[in-house]
Write a protein that binds this ligand. Structure first.
Ligand code: AMP
Ligand code: TRP
Length: 340
């Protein structure tokens, strides 16, 4: 840890494999941060059990999440990669923050409102308190910047509110000196262009949980599967790519190709004006295949070298736990616990 560097922290839920939205909209953009910031990236397995998980799949997907970060270029020598449940301070701080949050503010979370609707009368309490655990994740590391999607902005607001509330309630350290308990985190929201849409319905965000087959291109899809999904991508009733205002489905394909190639949208668009949609689909598929193949191969290689992966996770756990425990101890002291 270099104290002069700002702390950047983000996390994914270890459910399913990552898709190209996660890669292009999130993980890929974090690579430059490795040189600039003190980075922590982790798999939030405690968050994922807010809905039912098959234990074998959860275990595998947790390893897969860390392997995916690494295969996408997050070098474990340059960032702390770890698994949330291996650092008990997350659950411990979450409880303290739960006691400092209100039912009212948690009831306003739109993700809770959406997700709880799927559960009828048996809404898991964890879905309700989920944003408090997320606040604990962030506040434990003195985080300055949190790269997340637009959908997480409200959760970030809650983390900021809780940090400010705790700083106000407990302004003095154990020596009686005034110092803020928590750093107030800022969200870093990806550019609008980084929103990858479903290949089956370009009005919807590409999502792991989309039940429509072909909507989502996963990083562990085979070359054939990737080609098939792009070939079947929903566009519109036209035939040729227009110079002005291409439809959302066409825009999405252009955007995906542009993001993989790191070219401007306009440059990719200009190659296809007046051409039939098929060319755009075939080329975008081939770019995706070429870019995903080495990542998929690397994920498999890392997953097959369990000893190495376990070592990376252990080292991440040690680093993260040492940092998190310091902050938790300070919280415990300030709130009046007798401490360790
Ligand atoms: P999730 O898969 O929802 O846990 O998201 C993990 C990260 O990937 C978050 O930072 C999201 O903002 C990002 N992400 C998820 N889906 C997309 C998408 N379709 N387009 C761009 N970024 C996405
Ligand atoms: N809630 C985030 C999501 O569903 C995942 C997450 C948990 C997270 N803890 C975090 C993201 C801390 C950033 C920082 O995508």
């Amino acid at each position: 840890m270099n104290p002069s560097k700002k702390v950047v922290l983000s996390a994914v839920q270890p459910t399913n494999s990552a898709h190209i939205g996660n890669y292009l909209g999130a993980i890929k953009n974090w690579i430059p941060y490795l040189e600039l910031y003190d980075c922590l990236f982790f798999a939030v397995d405690l968050h994922s059990i807010t809905v039912n998980q098959d234990p074998t799949e959860l275990r595998e997907n947790t390893y897969r999440s860390i392997a995916t970060y690494m295969a996408c270029g997050i070098d474990p020598a340059k960032a702390t990669l770890f698994v949330q449940s291996q650092v008990p301070a997350h659950a411990e701080l979450a409880w303290v923050l739960t006691c400092n949050s209100s039912m009212g503010e948690l009831s306003r979370m739109t993700q809770y409102k959406d997700k709880s609707q799927r559960h009828g009368t048996h809404i898991p309490t964890g879905l309700f308190t989920y944003p408090v655990l997320m606040a604990a994740d962030i506040l434990l590391y003195g985080t300055h910047l949190v790269p997340v999607g637009e959908d997480q902005k409200q959760h970030l607001e809650l983390a900021r509110d809780l940090a400010e509330r705790m700083n106000h309630r407990y302004p003095k350290d154990s020596a009686g000196v005034e110092s803020p308990l928590f750093q107030i985190p800022e969200p870093m929201i990806a550019k609008v262009g980084a929103r990858v849409m479903s290949l089956q319905d370009p009005a919807l965000k590409m999502s792991k949980s989309d039940p429509s087959p072909g909507a989502c291109v996963f990083l562990n899809d085979s070359d054939k599967e990737i080609e098939k999904k792009f070939k079947r991508a929903v566009t519109d009733s036209g035939t040729e790519v227009p110079a002005e205002n291409p439809s959302p489905g066409i825009q999405n394909l252009i955007q995906i190709q542009a993001s993989f190639l790191e070219e401007p949208f306009e440059k990719v668009h200009s190659r296809y004006i007046g051409k039939q949609y098929g060319y755009l689909k075939v080329d975008t598929a081939s770019v995706a295949v070429e870019k995903i193949r080495p990542i998929r191969t690397e994920i498999d290689k890392i997953l097959n070298d369990r000893d190495y992966l376990t070592k990376v996770i252990r080292k991440g756990q040690e680093t993260a736990a040492a940092r998190a425990e310091k902050v938790r101890n300070e919280v415990y002291k300030r709130i009046g616990f007798i401490g360790q």
